[in-house]
Design a protein around this ligand. Structure first.
Ligand SMILES: *Cc1c(COP(=O)(O)O)cnc(C)c1O
Length: 242
């Protein structure tokens, strides 16, 4: 057992080293630095021992895609770490996470946005959110179409207990990763356009795009927040829960 744990620790450490060097290469191409890119450690299905190892490596932002799993793990880590909800959020589950998570990446309906605002107001806080955009139009993906985002930004002015901090997308899992480039570029253009305007309750600071398969391209195209699971922890075990 002890040996297994040491092996996990060694693996996570060495994975992070190579991720950081890949990030450095990608940022050079877009004139930025390693520290301009936030790494969200995606910890869905990952046990708390490994999460502690990641924390020890200095990654303090964890992303979960299910509310229940986030809640279970929250009890252990509390606010030692910054929690990110990155998966689809049902309106009836909003109440469990508002005020607990640093950032909700996955706002994909006006209803959910309104519910987050309502719950945040009750708590007397401002909840930071991103608008999820389905740039590629894949039917299996959540998110607003790029055309709908202007409307969401407009609606946000009535929601004083939220702050829209940016945009998030997931690119299709193309075999040739170069095919993701137009997707990321499309979101960056949208982000820049919104940034030019002056919108209430909106402050564009976060462009959340890039996962294990495509984070280098995403960074080259302007991402400043990447969400990495497999790259950090390796391929999932066979007893994957889902
Ligand atoms: C699982 C997940 C990730 C991380 O995926 P990897 O390919 O394991 O890096 C990133 N973003 C979202 C929304 C996810 O659900």
């Amino acid at each position: 057992m002890i040996n297994d744990l040491n092996e996990d620790k060694r693996q996570i450490n060495s994975n992070l080293k190579s991720i950081r060097s890949q990030i450095v290469n990608a940022t050079k191409k877009s004139g930025r630095l390693l520290q301009d890119i936030s790494i969200i450690g995606v910890t869905k299905t990952i046990d708390v021992d490994k999460m502690e190892m990641l924390y020890d490596e200095g990654i303090i932002s964890f992303g979960e895609n299910k509310v229940q799993e986030l809640m279970d793990k929250y009890d252990r880590f509390q606010d030692r770490i910054k929690w990110h909800l990155i998966g689809h959020l049902q309106t009836n589950k909003v109440k469990y996470i508002v005020g607990k998570v640093e950032l909700i990446h996955s706002v994909d309906s006006i209803d959910v946005l309104g519910e987050i605002d309502k719950r945040a107001r009750k708590l007397g806080i401002i909840q930071n959110v991103l608008i999820q955009v389905n740039v590629s139009g894949e039917e299996t993906k959540y998110g607003f179409s790029p055309d709908e985002v202007a409307h969401v930004i407009k609606v946000a002015k009535d929601y004083k207990s939220i702050k829209v901090k940016g945009l998030m997308t997931m690119a299709p899992n193309y075999e040739n990763v170069e095919n993701t480039r137009p997707v990321f570029r499309g979101l960056k253009d949208l982000y820049d356009n919104i940034s030019k305007g002056n919108h209430e309750n909106v402050k564009m600071e976060v462009l959340s795009m890039g996962m294990t398969h495509d984070y280098e391209v995403a960074i080259e195209e302007g991402s400043n927040m990447i969400r990495l699971g497999t790259a950090i922890f390796g391929k999932k075990n066979v007893d994957i829960r889902e």
